[in-house]
Design a protein around this ligand. Structure first.
Ligand code: R2B
Ligand code: URA
Length: 311
């Protein structure tokens, strides 16, 4: 059996204190957030996190540490002498978690299953902490379609590998379909802060295709397996492009579907590491890609600074 979009909750953005749409949690004596090594009984999560207003997720632990360091500078956060930024999730080696004033910088690994676990635990964390009006971001990398490498894409809606705008989740032997539309106001506000194309790269709003695999799922010819040819690949990618899809990555579907379900305002901002209409291999020099990966970070930092009233 399949429960369709219409039978599941609509997107109703939360206002005020973060609520969970799972009544079980409030009745639990202890909630262990296993993968970030925190618990609402052994730690005072309110004391530690109640001022959090923004959560930034990204795939790589190193990139999210760099983002945290960047935010220390941008938000002019004071760190006591002799102290360094501290990975709050260090009791687990699955994910990293840094707190920079009202911002959390957290890694989510690669692919939907990895993102799903950390999303559940971070949403419960901001709930236990009693946070208000939190906005979630994913800042990541992707393959572009018809865009110059290094362009930035703000996702308006994520679609799956069959171009369907929802995430299918097998649950209790049924398939639930959760819509994967993102908050349009946050997307537009981010777009208004994007650097002009004349500054060297463009930022666009469009759809993002999210796949469960980097190689065959994204129509690459260079995986260890391949049951199609160049012509099939190009026909598929051109069809995807014609449907308004600007980039391809591996987490936006789940991120968008969970934000929608939770009523949490969320945005996905990815740089593009190559143009998939031109090739499959990612060959740009490391230093060039570092600069490209900093672009979504700068955009999200501008948004946060604007919201915090920091010049
Ligand atoms: C972008 O980059 C990763 C694959 O290289 C994956 O996590 C994604 O979405
Ligand atoms: N990440 C992806 O998932 N695909 C790409 O092509 C590049 C980065």
């Amino acid at each position: 059996p399949i429960k369709t979009n219409e039978q599941l909750a609509d997107y109703i953005p939360q206002c005020g204190k973060v609520e969970l749409r799972n009544p079980n949690i409030a009745n639990m004596e202890e909630d262990v957030l296993y993968h970030i090594s925190l618990s609402n009984r052994t730690q005072d999560l309110k004391e530690m996190f109640s001022d959090v207003k923004f959560v930034c997720f990204g795939g790589s632990p190193t990139r999210m540490k760099k983002f945290a360091e960047f935010l220390v500078e941008e938000l002019k956060v004071k760190i006591s002498a002799g102290q360094a930024l501290y990975n709050i999730a260090q009791g687990s080696d699955r994910y990293v978690l840094y707190k920079i004033g009202p911002v959390l910088s957290v890694s989510h690994g690669m692919g939907i299953p990895s993102l799903s676990i950390i999303f559940h635990e971070i949403l419960k964390l901001v709930y236990h902490a009693g946070c208000y009006d939190v906005i979630f971001f994913r800042i990541g990398t992707s393959g572009g379609l018809g865009l110059e490498a290094g362009s930035v894409v703000i996702t308006e809606e994520a679609v799956d590998g069959l171009l369907r705008p929802y995430m299918e989740v097998p649950t209790l032997g049924m398939i639930l379909q959760h819509p994967s539309k993102l908050d349009q106001e946050v997307a537009m506000e981010l777009m208004s802060l994007a650097v002009p194309a004349s500054d060297g790269y463009s930022t666009v709003i469009g759809k993002t295709m999210c796949t469960t695999d980097f190689y065959e799922g994204q129509a690459r010819l260079d995986g260890a397996f391949c049951d199609y040819n160049e012509e099939d690949k190009m026909a598929f990618l051109k069809r995807v492009y014609a449907r308004g899809i600007c980039n391809i990555e591996m987490e936006s579907l789940c991120f968008a579907a969970y934000c929608y379900r939770a009523g949490i305002r969320g945005a996905v901002v990815c740089t593009t590491l190559l143009d998939r209409l031109k090739g499959d291999q990612i060959t740009s020099p490391h230093s060039v890609m570092e600069e490209w990966q900093a672009r979504p970070q700068k955009l999200v930092a501008s948004f946060i600074k604007k919201r915090l009233g920091i010049e």
